[in-house]
Ligand binder design. Sequence first.
Ligand code: SAH
Ligand code: DHB
Ligand code: MG
Length: 227
Amino acid sequence: MTQTVWAAVDDYLEDLYVHSDSVLESAIQTSAAAGLPGIQVTPSQGMLLHILARMQKAGKILEIGTLGGYSTIWLARALPEGGRLLSLEAEPSHAAVARANLENAGLSGKVEVRVGRAIETLPGVAERGEGPFDLIFIDADKMSIAEYFTWALRLSRPGSLIIVDNVVRKGAVIDAQSDDPAVQGVRRFNELAAAQRGVLITTIQTVGRKGYDGFTLVYVLGDAPAA
Ligand code: SAH
Ligand code: DHB
Ligand code: MG
C-alpha cells in the first residue's frame, strides 16, 4: 500500500463526506497562487478539527501556525456567536493571504491573525489574559513544539483540548539519533508530554494525501496543574 492508494482513498472519502465549497477552494487557490507551500491540513483533517471544536463547544480557539488560513477557516466555522479565534503566524506574507481568505469566508469579525514568531507573541497572549482557550491547534515550526505545548498548558482550562500536528514524520519519530530538527522537536515534546500530570494523551498515526504522519490529542483534566 503506497502513497497513490492513500491519496485515492482520501479522494474517495472526501467525495463522500467532506463537501468543499468555494470559500475553502479559493483559500487553497489563493495560497498556491501566492507561492505558499501546500502543507495545509487535508479536507478530511479540516473536518476533524471542525468536529473536535464543535464537541468542545469551543468559544475561544488558539492556533499556532496560520499559513493561508485553511485550517483556520475549518476551526472558526465551529465557533458560536461571539466566539473568537486567535491565530499566530511568523510570516507577514502568509498572514496577509490568510486575512484575505478569512475576509472572503466572512470570518474577519471572529478571527485575528497576529504576526510574529509564536515564542515571542505567546507571552503577550498570556499576560493580557486572552485565554483560557477551549481548543489549541499547534501546527507551526516543529522544533518548537515542546515550548508551544508548555504555553498551551498555561493557556488551558480543565477540559481544554490541545492538538499537535505532524508528530509521526513518516515514522522517523522513533529515531533517537535523527539529525532532523523536526524529529528532535517532536521527541522533546513527547518526553515533556509523557511527564506531564493531569492530562490524557494519545497519538494517532495517519496516512493520506499528505503521506504518513500523525497527530497528538492532549486532553487537560480537571486536576491539571498549570505548567
Ligand atoms: N495550520 C495551517 C498550516 C500551517 S503551516 C493549515 O493547516 O492550514 C506552518 C505555518 O507556521 C507556516 O505558515 C509558517 O510560516 C508558520 N511558522 C513557522 N515558524 C513559526 C513561528 N516560529 N511562529 C509562528 N508561526 C510560524
Ligand atoms: C509541514 C508542516 C505542516 O504543518 C504539515 O502539516 C506538513 C508539512 C512542513 O513544514 O513541511
Ligand atoms: Mg501541519
